[in-house]
Design a protein around this ligand. Sequence first.
Ligand code: SF4
Length: 201
Amino acid sequence: MDAPSWAEAVSRMRSCTRCSLAEGRRNVVVYRGSPSPWVVFLGEAPGAKEDELGRPFVGRAGRLLDAAIETLAIPEDSYGITNVIMCRPPGNVFDPEAARACRPWLDLKLELLSPKIVVTLGSSALHALDPAAGPLARLSGETREWSGGTLFPLLHPAATFHRRAYREQWDRDVARLKDLLPQWIPAGTKGEPAGALLTPV
Ligand code: SF4
């Protein structure tokens, strides 16, 4: 069966009731960014602000992520942001059962967006895509190959708010990602991503 269009897929996602998180949500937080990204940043789950506005990473952690994206000098039309789970879990605690229920949506988003690199944010995002990966503390800032392409694990930006060492690691890893980006995607060779005709949300 053919994959749905992006608009069809988003419409289905927005009415999803596959897991119990559907009961308490205000919005299904699908995606923000380019319809043809070469980098997708993958977080864990929406928080209160994201649930309210229906867009991922729009709170304090989102501001740190946006600052990192600016540091990385990724053009606006070249990145996107989403989460493993699209509805807000109670207490902002990552819910593995919801992640399993939401997984087909994540796979569909990645298939339609077809990024060259997925930058995971936090341990749950890394292990959702690469369950065999070791501890994030050991792997952050290191490129990994997985069945879907190239991964670059980062800490979750929210983790950096309470520990200075995490903030220093975040800055180091972002700087490393900046060094590596041209190696993966040389300037002017972005090509024609599969998502070129998609509608941004
Ligand atoms: S978290 Fe995912 S699977 Fe659960 S209701 Fe929301 S969109 Fe559907």
